[in-house]
Design a binder for this molecule. Structure first.
Ligand SMILES: [Zn+2]
Length: 425
């Protein structure tokens, strides 16, 4: 299906076929030569999209997508993310060029700035970095966070929280309520409820005082029709899809559909930013659990299909699907077997898919994770911190192209062994 954009769609021209072919070839050569110059971004900011949905498969490299593709094919489906017209690769390293964790990666994608592992929304010196979500909120838009991990985990937290330690779950819960996301759905109730051992005010009390509707059961999510909404459906992470009880716990897709319905009905022209994380892909890779991995990828992709249905109906919503890093140095053999090379993260570039108004800015073959915040800001014509201005390093295109060879060619895969990380999450 072709995407239908009606918001501020790029103007299209009809050309004779030969001329068109020449132009396409010329553009292809130019894009290789001048990838780092990003000519499309030289124009003055124009608000291309009203809404942005950023979907992050935690730990989802190209081989993980292949695992999901095989699982989907076994039940006669194709991956929705692979129907998206723009496909690129993203480099993921954290500030020193080292292998990233999810905190530094989320910070990079949210703020356009690299930081050290473990930090959420702050730079290497601890300075607060403004995120794309916060920029949306400052201009009157709504923001939402959905994950099947704890809502306090690094990926969602990196978009609204500013703390130097990703493991301070109860402090993150308090900071998250203070940040006032309009929708926050996931696990992590243990970090919000009162305990006997803590004097600080529990985040759940603050959320209730601030007018949040709290949903902790499936039926409470279904009947909720007001914002702000905090849904906590597990004490820590939500179950793997393979282990989920559909009568008890909502799926990632169900949470996303609810978030989209509420955000769309209340945001108006100001629009919204929604981050959706398929967080347990990473956990299945750390555990080298091929069966759970494949099902997590297809469950994430089923959620992508819901976002695409929403966006294609409206024409004003940019959908970006990517990952924070690869986990497990995964290979898919010729006969379809999944083989893990490690139980940690790697710096193998990850896939990115884009569809919707502004998609053309992602169509450069190779991006850096900091470019994601900058391009989303560009699509929404919003400012980021001045320190995050400009796109990634000039050599990103070359780095991405080299890595692409390793990703798509198994014969080169052994070369990535030296990049395996000991990062744990
Ligand atoms: Zn991990």
């Amino acid at each position: 299906m072709r995407a239908r954009f009606s918001y501020i769609a790029p103007r299209r021209q009809t050309r004779p076929a030969l001329l068109r072919a020449v132009v396409v070839m010329a553009l292809a050569v130019a894009s290789v030569a001048f990838t780092s110059f990003m000519p499309a971004l030289a124009a003055n900011p124009v608000r291309a999209a009203r809404n942005v949905i950023l979907m992050i498969g935690d730990g989802m490299g190209s081989a993980q997508v292949e695992a999901g593709r095989q699982r989907a094919a076994s039940v006669g489906r194709r991956l929705a993310m692979e129907s998206m017209p723009v496909q690129s690769l993203v480099t993921t390293t954290s500030i020193s060029g080292g292998i990233t964790d999810s905190a530094a990666a989320a910070t990079a994608m949210a703020t356009g700035r690299k930081t050290v592992n473990g930090r959420l929304g702050v730079d290497a010196d601890g300075n607060r970095l403004r995120s794309i979500a916060e920029s949306v909120k400052m201009t009157g838009g709504l923001i939402g966070l959905v994950t099947n991990c704890s809502i306090t985990s690094a990926t969602p937290a990196g978009f609204v929280v500013h703390l130097s330690d990703r493991d301070m779950g109860r402090d993150i819960a308090r900071a998250m309520v203070e940040a006032r996301p309009d929708v926050a759905l996931g696990g992590g109730a243990a970090f919000f409820v009162p305990t006997l051992f803590e004097h600080a005010r529990p985040a759940l009390h603050s959320a209730l005082e601030d007018g949040y509707t709290i949903a902790m059961e499936m039926n409470e999510l279904e009947v909720t029709s007001t914002l702000p909404l905090l849904g906590l459906f597990a004490m820590t992470d939500m179950p793997y899809e393979l282990d989920r009880d559909p009568a008890e716990e909502p799926s990632l897709r169900q949470m996303t559909e609810k978030a989209l319905a509420l955000l769309a009905s209340s945001s108006g022209d100001a629009g919204f930013f929604l981050m959706v994380e398929g967080g347990r892909i990473d956990h299945a890779c750390h555990a080298m659990d091929a069966a759970r991995l494949a099902l997590e990828v297809t469950a994430f992709d089923y959620t992508v299909s819901a976002a695409l249905e929403f966006a294609r109906d409206r024409g004003d919503t940019l959908v970006v699907v990517t990952a924070d890093h690869e986990t497990g140095q995964l290979q898919v053999t010729g006969d379809g077997e999944l083989v893990f090379g490690s139980d940690g993260h790697t710096d193998t570039p990850v896939p990115l898919f884009a569809e919707g108004p502004g998609q053309e800015w992602f169509d450069v073959g190779a991006l850096d994770n900091t470019d994601i915040a900058k391009l989303i800001a560009r699509a929404l014509a919003l400012p980021l911190d001045r320190s995050a201005a400009g796109l990634g390093r000039p050599d990103i295109g070359l780095v991405g192209a080299q890595r692409f060879q390793q990703v798509v060619c198994p014969a080169h895969f052994a070369d990535t062994a030296s990049h395996v990380s000991i990062a744990s999450h």
